[in-house]
Design a protein around this ligand. Structure first.
Ligand code: ADP
Ligand code: ZN
Length: 213
Protein backbone atom coordinates (compact mmCIF):
# COMPACT_ATOMS: atom_id res chain seq x y z
CA UNK A 1 0.00 0.00 0.00
CA UNK A 2 1.24 3.47 -0.95
CA UNK A 3 -0.17 6.17 1.28
CA UNK A 4 0.12 9.87 1.95
CA UNK A 5 -0.86 11.32 5.31
CA UNK A 6 -1.83 14.94 5.16
CA UNK A 7 -2.97 17.50 7.69
CA UNK A 8 -1.95 20.85 9.13
CA UNK A 9 1.36 21.24 10.98
CA UNK A 10 0.88 20.10 14.56
CA UNK A 11 -2.00 17.76 13.69
CA UNK A 12 0.02 14.85 15.03
CA UNK A 13 0.74 13.54 11.54
CA UNK A 14 4.13 12.18 12.52
CA UNK A 15 2.91 10.08 15.44
CA UNK A 16 -0.02 8.76 13.45
CA UNK A 17 2.12 8.02 10.39
CA UNK A 18 4.62 6.01 12.42
CA UNK A 19 1.84 3.99 14.10
CA UNK A 20 0.07 3.35 10.79
CA UNK A 21 3.39 2.32 9.22
CA UNK A 22 3.92 -0.21 12.01
CA UNK A 23 0.38 -1.58 11.80
CA UNK A 24 0.49 -2.03 8.02
CA UNK A 25 4.24 -2.85 7.74
CA UNK A 26 5.03 0.20 5.65
CA UNK A 27 8.13 2.38 5.47
CA UNK A 28 7.49 5.71 7.23
CA UNK A 29 8.94 8.54 5.19
CA UNK A 30 8.92 12.01 6.72
CA UNK A 31 10.61 14.76 4.73
CA UNK A 32 10.90 16.83 7.93
CA UNK A 33 12.85 13.96 9.54
CA UNK A 34 14.96 13.50 6.40
CA UNK A 35 15.88 17.20 6.49
CA UNK A 36 16.63 17.07 10.23
CA UNK A 37 18.92 14.10 9.60
CA UNK A 38 20.76 16.04 6.88
CA UNK A 39 21.14 18.94 9.34
CA UNK A 40 22.45 16.62 12.07
CA UNK A 41 24.91 15.08 9.57
CA UNK A 42 26.07 18.55 8.57
CA UNK A 43 25.56 17.99 4.82
CA UNK A 44 25.26 20.75 2.23
CA UNK A 45 21.58 19.91 1.85
CA UNK A 46 21.21 20.18 5.62
CA UNK A 47 22.82 23.62 5.72
CA UNK A 48 20.47 24.86 3.01
CA UNK A 49 17.41 23.35 4.71
CA UNK A 50 18.17 24.66 8.20
CA UNK A 51 17.93 28.36 7.39
CA UNK A 52 14.63 27.82 5.59
CA UNK A 53 13.11 25.53 8.24
CA UNK A 54 13.94 27.87 11.12
CA UNK A 55 11.81 30.53 9.43
CA UNK A 56 8.87 28.14 8.96
CA UNK A 57 9.18 28.39 5.17
CA UNK A 58 9.25 25.56 2.64
CA UNK A 59 12.41 24.08 1.19
CA UNK A 60 12.35 24.44 -2.64
CA UNK A 61 10.33 21.73 -4.43
CA UNK A 62 13.24 20.48 -6.58
CA UNK A 63 15.41 19.92 -3.50
CA UNK A 64 12.65 18.20 -1.52
CA UNK A 65 11.47 15.96 -4.34
CA UNK A 66 15.02 15.00 -5.33
CA UNK A 67 15.68 13.88 -1.78
CA UNK A 68 12.36 11.97 -1.67
CA UNK A 69 12.98 10.24 -5.00
CA UNK A 70 16.28 8.86 -3.66
CA UNK A 71 14.65 7.71 -0.45
CA UNK A 72 11.89 5.84 -2.32
CA UNK A 73 14.51 3.83 -4.20
CA UNK A 74 15.64 2.17 -0.98
CA UNK A 75 14.78 -1.46 -0.34
CA UNK A 76 12.37 -0.91 2.58
CA UNK A 77 9.97 1.04 0.35
CA UNK A 78 9.20 -2.04 -1.76
CA UNK A 79 6.72 -3.28 0.87
CA UNK A 80 4.83 0.02 0.60
CA UNK A 81 5.17 3.33 2.37
CA UNK A 82 3.42 6.23 4.03
CA UNK A 83 4.56 9.73 3.09
CA UNK A 84 4.47 12.24 5.93
CA UNK A 85 4.91 15.95 5.23
CA UNK A 86 5.09 15.56 1.48
CA UNK A 87 3.68 16.62 -0.97
CA UNK A 88 3.28 20.09 0.51
CA UNK A 89 2.42 22.03 -2.67
CA UNK A 90 0.43 21.33 -5.85
CA UNK A 91 3.72 21.42 -7.72
CA UNK A 92 5.16 18.72 -5.43
CA UNK A 93 2.02 16.62 -5.99
CA UNK A 94 2.50 16.94 -9.76
CA UNK A 95 6.17 15.97 -9.40
CA UNK A 96 5.22 13.01 -7.19
CA UNK A 97 3.03 11.62 -9.99
CA UNK A 98 6.20 11.15 -12.05
CA UNK A 99 7.91 9.32 -9.19
CA UNK A 100 5.25 6.92 -7.87
CA UNK A 101 1.59 5.96 -7.78
CA UNK A 102 -0.47 6.55 -4.65
CA UNK A 103 -3.40 4.47 -3.35
CA UNK A 104 -4.90 6.81 -0.77
CA UNK A 105 -4.41 10.17 0.91
CA UNK A 106 -5.41 10.12 4.58
CA UNK A 107 -6.39 13.63 5.58
CA UNK A 108 -6.51 14.66 9.25
CA UNK A 109 -9.23 17.23 9.78
CA UNK A 110 -8.45 19.71 12.59
CA UNK A 111 -9.27 23.35 13.43
CA UNK A 112 -6.39 25.89 13.60
CA UNK A 113 -7.13 26.81 17.23
CA UNK A 114 -6.51 23.24 18.38
CA UNK A 115 -3.23 23.21 16.50
CA UNK A 116 -1.88 26.43 18.01
CA UNK A 117 -2.71 25.13 21.46
CA UNK A 118 -1.07 21.74 20.82
CA UNK A 119 2.13 22.91 19.18
CA UNK A 120 2.80 25.70 21.64
CA UNK A 121 2.96 23.21 24.49
CA UNK A 122 5.39 20.78 22.84
CA UNK A 123 8.95 20.46 24.17
CA UNK A 124 11.81 18.48 22.65
CA UNK A 125 14.81 16.95 24.44
CA UNK A 126 18.12 18.51 23.40
CA UNK A 127 19.88 15.23 24.09
CA UNK A 128 17.79 12.37 22.69
CA UNK A 129 15.02 14.14 20.76
CA UNK A 130 12.19 12.74 22.90
CA UNK A 131 9.00 14.80 22.73
CA UNK A 132 6.97 15.98 25.71
CA UNK A 133 3.92 18.16 26.13
CA UNK A 134 3.73 20.52 29.09
CA UNK A 135 -0.06 20.10 29.18
CA UNK A 136 -0.79 16.50 28.17
CA UNK A 137 2.52 14.65 28.67
CA UNK A 138 4.75 16.63 31.05
CA UNK A 139 8.21 15.33 32.05
CA UNK A 140 8.63 14.07 35.63
CA UNK A 141 10.96 17.01 36.40
CA UNK A 142 10.10 20.34 34.82
CA UNK A 143 12.37 21.21 31.91
CA UNK A 144 14.31 17.90 32.07
CA UNK A 145 14.08 14.79 29.90
CA UNK A 146 12.74 11.62 31.57
CA UNK A 147 15.08 9.44 29.52
CA UNK A 148 18.42 11.24 29.52
CA UNK A 149 17.93 14.24 31.89
CA UNK A 150 19.03 16.69 29.18
CA UNK A 151 17.32 20.07 28.86
CA UNK A 152 13.93 20.31 27.17
CA UNK A 153 13.62 23.10 24.65
CA UNK A 154 10.95 24.57 22.43
CA UNK A 155 11.86 23.77 18.80
CA UNK A 156 12.64 26.99 16.94
CA UNK A 157 9.74 26.34 14.56
CA UNK A 158 7.32 25.65 17.43
CA UNK A 159 7.55 29.16 18.87
CA UNK A 160 4.23 31.06 18.59
CA UNK A 161 5.20 33.52 15.82
CA UNK A 162 6.62 30.70 13.69
CA UNK A 163 3.58 28.49 14.30
CA UNK A 164 1.27 31.11 12.84
CA UNK A 165 3.65 31.53 9.90
CA UNK A 166 3.56 27.76 9.29
CA UNK A 167 -0.25 27.72 9.46
CA UNK A 168 -0.34 30.54 6.94
CA UNK A 169 1.98 28.59 4.63
CA UNK A 170 -0.22 25.53 5.11
CA UNK A 171 -3.46 27.36 4.30
CA UNK A 172 -1.98 28.99 1.18
CA UNK A 173 0.17 26.21 -0.23
CA UNK A 174 -0.83 22.84 1.19
CA UNK A 175 -4.58 23.05 1.75
CA UNK A 176 -5.27 23.20 -2.00
CA UNK A 177 -3.94 19.61 -2.13
CA UNK A 178 -7.10 18.41 -0.39
CA UNK A 179 -9.14 19.40 -3.43
CA UNK A 180 -6.42 18.12 -5.78
CA UNK A 181 -6.68 14.61 -4.30
CA UNK A 182 -10.42 14.79 -3.78
CA UNK A 183 -11.05 15.34 -7.49
CA UNK A 184 -9.10 12.21 -8.40
CA UNK A 185 -10.93 10.32 -5.64
CA UNK A 186 -7.89 9.45 -3.50
CA UNK A 187 -8.83 11.58 -0.48
CA UNK A 188 -10.00 9.87 2.73
CA UNK A 189 -10.85 12.09 5.72
CA UNK A 190 -10.23 11.09 9.32
CA UNK A 191 -11.17 13.07 12.44
CA UNK A 192 -7.86 14.74 13.39
CA UNK A 193 -8.82 15.14 17.04
CA UNK A 194 -8.79 11.35 17.54
CA UNK A 195 -5.58 10.16 19.22
CA UNK A 196 -3.78 6.97 18.15
CA UNK A 197 -4.72 5.47 21.51
CA UNK A 198 -8.39 5.85 20.58
CA UNK A 199 -9.89 2.71 18.98
CA UNK A 200 -12.14 5.00 16.92
CA UNK A 201 -9.06 6.23 15.07
CA UNK A 202 -8.33 2.68 13.89
CA UNK A 203 -11.98 1.99 13.12
CA UNK A 204 -12.11 5.06 10.86
CA UNK A 205 -8.80 4.11 9.27
CA UNK A 206 -9.88 0.53 8.52
CA UNK A 207 -13.08 1.79 6.98
CA UNK A 208 -11.44 4.33 4.67
CA UNK A 209 -8.57 2.04 3.62
CA UNK A 210 -10.79 -1.05 3.37
CA UNK A 211 -8.25 -3.16 5.29
CA UNK A 212 -8.38 -5.29 8.40
CA UNK A 213 -5.84 -4.53 11.11
P1 ADP B 1 5.37 19.85 10.41
O1 ADP B 1 4.69 18.75 9.65
O2 ADP B 1 5.03 19.85 11.85
O3 ADP B 1 5.26 21.18 9.73
P2 ADP B 1 7.85 18.76 9.46
O4 ADP B 1 8.81 18.08 10.36
O5 ADP B 1 7.06 17.97 8.50
O6 ADP B 1 6.92 19.61 10.43
O7 ADP B 1 8.63 19.87 8.62
C1 ADP B 1 9.50 20.79 9.21
C2 ADP B 1 10.01 21.75 8.15
O8 ADP B 1 10.74 21.02 7.15
C3 ADP B 1 8.95 22.49 7.37
O9 ADP B 1 8.49 23.62 8.06
C4 ADP B 1 9.70 22.84 6.09
O10 ADP B 1 10.58 23.91 6.28
C5 ADP B 1 10.54 21.58 5.86
N1 ADP B 1 9.81 20.61 5.01
C6 ADP B 1 9.38 19.38 5.38
N2 ADP B 1 8.75 18.76 4.36
C7 ADP B 1 8.78 19.63 3.32
C8 ADP B 1 8.27 19.59 1.99
N3 ADP B 1 7.59 18.54 1.52
N4 ADP B 1 8.50 20.67 1.20
C9 ADP B 1 9.18 21.73 1.65
N5 ADP B 1 9.66 21.85 2.89
C10 ADP B 1 9.47 20.81 3.73
ZN1 ZN C 1 16.40 13.01 26.33
Amino acid sequence: MKLIISGPPGSGKGTRASRIAKALSLAHISTGDLFRKEIADGTELGKLAKGIMDQGKLVPDEVTMGMLKNRLKQEDCKKGFILDGVPRTINQAEMLKEITEIDYVINLDLPNEVIIERMGSRRTCKGCGAIFNVKTMPPKTEGKCDHCSAELIQREDEKPEIISKRLQVYDNQTKPLIEFYNIINLLRNIDGTLMVEDPNFWTQLKTVLKVSL
